[in-house]
Design a protein around this ligand. Sequence first.
Ligand code: MG
Length: 250
Amino acid sequence: MVVVKTARELSKMKDACRISAEALRVAGEAVKPGVTTYEIDNIVRNYIEKQGASPSFLGYGGFPASACISVNNVVIHGIPSKKLVLKEGDIVSVDVGAYYRGFHGDNAFTFPCGKISADAQALLDATKESLNEGIKQALAGNRTGDIGSAVQKYAEARSYSVVREYVGHGVGAKLHEDPSVPNYGFAGHGVRLIPGMTVAIEPMVNQGSQSVRVLDDKWTVVTVDGKLSAHFEHTVAITPDGPRIMTLCD
Ligand code: MG
């Protein structure tokens, strides 16, 4: 069931989204060679809790940490670890959600660790821009397929591939709500977007093939070919005046 929020609910949800965005910014500032993903997770958790919010992902479906931190060929759901020390040239996807006063915000960003290769930077740029292309289609009267199609076209035109097994989603009082928002599909198809809907749009774009698999820890999703993958996400509200990105810092 698709949940439509009132203007009052949207303004409450804005706080959760702002905290999520700021937690992500703080995480990004911590991405440096020599830092462990465990340390970054701690920084995220402390920041969110200091705001009187709680990390949406901690314990969600049994997930053991506050942030998903996915390095290089890890697509999503990487588990922070004391053993994973970041090194120069890594790309580090951080996915963070915060729950505050009844609502969740959800966002992700792939950060460069130190100096990265031109190929890696191009993947980051294209994935970020594919998210922007998707957001432009988050218009009342459009359908989820308009978003997915825009993301897919942008990524595939640059010879990248789009992950199929994991998709964006409605977000609000629950972290995952209807509808699903795939990063592929056909314009004019899917669920119709109406004002008051809030969706997490989150392209996962691979340098090589679209194929992914889950490691034995039951969480970590990696590319089958071992090539890089990037992930950018915003929580976006559908409004009569167009898409409103909720996960922005002050
Ligand atoms: Mg999400």
